[in-house]
Write a protein that binds this ligand. Structure first.
Ligand code: FAD
Ligand code: NAI
Length: 507
């Protein structure tokens, strides 16, 4: 009985503590403190982008040290790891978006935000051309922003390798709009397939969902899509049960090349159980509005062409360099050999420049283009810039004290001691180590409530897959969500889709 009393008290107290923590989180979010005005006499620190790299920098940056300006066509941060779940309505899109205004408003000193695309960076004049490409434009929609320090964190665009028809006919999966588009098209295909007098070939085509690219984006989307069909669509529209088909096409011999062999095999066997067809060693060469043409390499090395009719085509073949980055690279001679983005040094300074830094998918620092890398790079830059500001402040104090030393000869011993202390502090501060990436592991959802994870823990690597890994995947991603608000909304979405099923309405 005593044991149960203790357990009851413990549960009771932890529930109250959890509720208090949540309430405090919500209160803090809704009641930001007054901010210092931004200081135009300080250095202009311009950050391009509101993705993983930029927001992680902003989060840790002491904004009172600089006149900070953020420029991005997207006025929110997007938690990309849960984007595949938005394509089927397992998670609603607003649950994984965090308004940049809320992030900047919680900084000590005000940060300016311009919703615009950087179209041109002039490293000689230290000017960025920006363009408001949103639907509503004011009298001023194109202008220049000068910078003293610039962080390029604009991510990457979708790679299409110039394959004919891809841009015109595929759906991509990078932004919120892409996920909404896919969600709409899945149901459009289903409803059109059940239209009166639809021919069997047309039904087969419309219900053939093709995913190109067997990296984590393609695999996670294919898993989510098959779940949507098995758990919801099939229940409401049973007549298409045996006609809906998901095919994943990958040019390499296997999917998820960054995972261990054991997890690749586990993923492939899980997909087989889920009835997702995997076509490896198959490279798509051409896309039309209704077909995908691919080159299949047989085990004996013989190559044949195949044509597959499709209803929905999702293209997930990785990253390509954005035009604004390509253009900047062409202006810096030291970047001439770089192909995949801005080559940076160990302090993330763009090679060939002094005052431009780059993070994330647009930077080439020797790491994979992942959120993990981008956010660690952003946090590193925040530390670097905070330290630079501190050391500049100390340097100016030393300068003032040294001037005093000449004037107030009487206090010279005390002032000299103070200078020495400042110089010691300065040496400590200036000892900034280069950027070092710590890999925490890789995870991917593979459908039917299973996930795979290659996790680094206690200097070891663990490869695991299955239902427990899925719970681990969910809790890890929940903890990584940007804010308490995001976490609560995502949990509500998961409960909602589990309890009531996903919504099959087309809009
Ligand atoms: P992004 O996060 O892409 O941000 C780029 C920002 O720049 C955006 O705000 C954009 O609007 C802005 N921008 C674009 N052009 C301009 C311009 N011209 N001027 C100004 N601003 C501009 N990684 C993981 O580690 N784990 C995962 O589980 C994971 N899941 C993913 C799932 C999906 C579906 C996708 C697509 C990616 C996933 N990634 C994951 C990869 C991860 O999202 C990227 O590596 C990460 O977003 C890179 O961060 P970034 O800051 O470089 O770019
Ligand atoms: P990716 O680059 O990882 O994979 C793309 C795949 O498409 C490659 O395997 C490539 O061989 C294949 N491909 C290219 N052209 C093809 C063609 N014509 N026909 C058939 N296949 C073709 O791209 P992805 O999945 O978009 O990921 C981008 C980055 O984001 C990666 O660094 C990835 O690690 C990261 N990411 C991580 C996730 C996670 O950790 N869960 C989830 C999603 C993305």
């Amino acid at each position: 009985f005593r044991y149960f009393t203790y357990l009851w008290r413990l549960t009771y107290l932890s529930t109250i503590a959890g509720a208090a923590y949540l309430a405090y989180g919500v209160y803090e979010l809704r009641h930001p403190d007054d901010q210092f005005e931004s200081d135009p006499t300080k250095k202009n620190l311009v950050i391009l982008g509101t993705g993983w790299g930029a927001v992680s920098l902003l989060k840790k940056l002491d904004t009172e040290n600089y006149n900070v300006i953020v420029i991005s066509p997207r006025n929110y941060f997007l938690f990309t790891p849960l984007l595949p779940s938005c394509t089927t309505g397992t998670v609603e899109h607003r649950s994984i978006m965090e308004p940049i205004r809320s992030i900047t408003r919680h900084k000590k000193a005000a940060v300016k935000f311009y919703e615009a695309e950087a179209t041109n960076i002039d490293p000689d004049r230290k000017i960025i051309l920006i363009d408001d490409n949103s639907d509503i434009k004011g009298a001023s929609s194109k202008t220049e922003v000068p910078y003293d320090m610039l962080v390029v964190s604009v991510g990457a665009e979708n790679a299409t390798f110039g394959i004919p028809g891809v841009k015109e006919h595929s759906c991509f999966l990078k932004e919120i709009g892409d996920a909404q588009n896919i969600r709409k098209r899945i149901m459009d295909c289903v409803e059109t397939a059940t239209f009166k007098d639809q021919s069997p070939e047309e039904v087969k085509r419309l219900l053939h969902m093709v995913v190109v690219g067997g990296g984590p984006t393609g695999v996670e989307f294919a898993g989510e899509l098959q779940d949507f069909f098995d758990q919801d669509i099939k229940k409401w529209i049973p007549e298409i049960s045996d006609k809906f088909k998901v095919t994943l096409i990958e040019a390499l011999p296997n999917v998820l090349p960054m995972f261990s062999k054991q997890l690749i095999e586990y993923t492939e066997s899980t997909f087989k159980e889920e009835k997702i067809t995997i076509m490896t060693k198959t490279a798509v060469k051409k896309v039309t509005d209704t077909t995908v043409e691919a080159e299949v390499t047989a085990p004996d090395g013989k190559k044949t062409m195949t044509t597959m009719p499709y209803g929905l085509l999702v293209w997930a073949t990785g990253n390509a360099v954005r035009p604004v980055v390509k253009d900047l690279m062409s202006k810096i001679p030291a970047q001439k050999d770089s192909r995949r983005g801005l080559a940076v040094n160990e302090y993330l300074v763009v090679q060939g420049t002094k005052d431009i830094w780059a993070t994330g998918d647009c930077a080439v620092a020797g790491y994979a283009p992942t959120a993990q890398v981008a956010s660690q790079e952003g946090a590193f830059l925040a530390r670097l810039f905070n330290t630079m500001a501190k050391s500049e402040a100390i340097e100016s104090q030393i300068y003032d004290l040294s001037s005093n030393l000449n004037v107030k000869a009487g206090d010279s011993a005390a002032v000299a001691k103070e200078i020495e202390a400042h110089e010691r502090q300065l040496r400590r501060i200036k000892d900034i180590k280069p950027f070092h990436y710590t890999h925490q592991g890789s995870m991917a959802y593979i459908g039917s409530e299973r996930a795979v994870a290659d996790v680094s823990w206690l200097n070891g690597n663990f490869a695991t897959g299955g239902g427990l890994t899925y719970l681990f995947w969910r809790s890890a991603y929940l903890s990584m969500c940007f804010s308490t608000r995001n976490r609560v909304l995502v949990v509500i979405d998961w409960l909602k889709s589990k309890t009531f099923g996903r919504d099959v309405s087309r809009e």
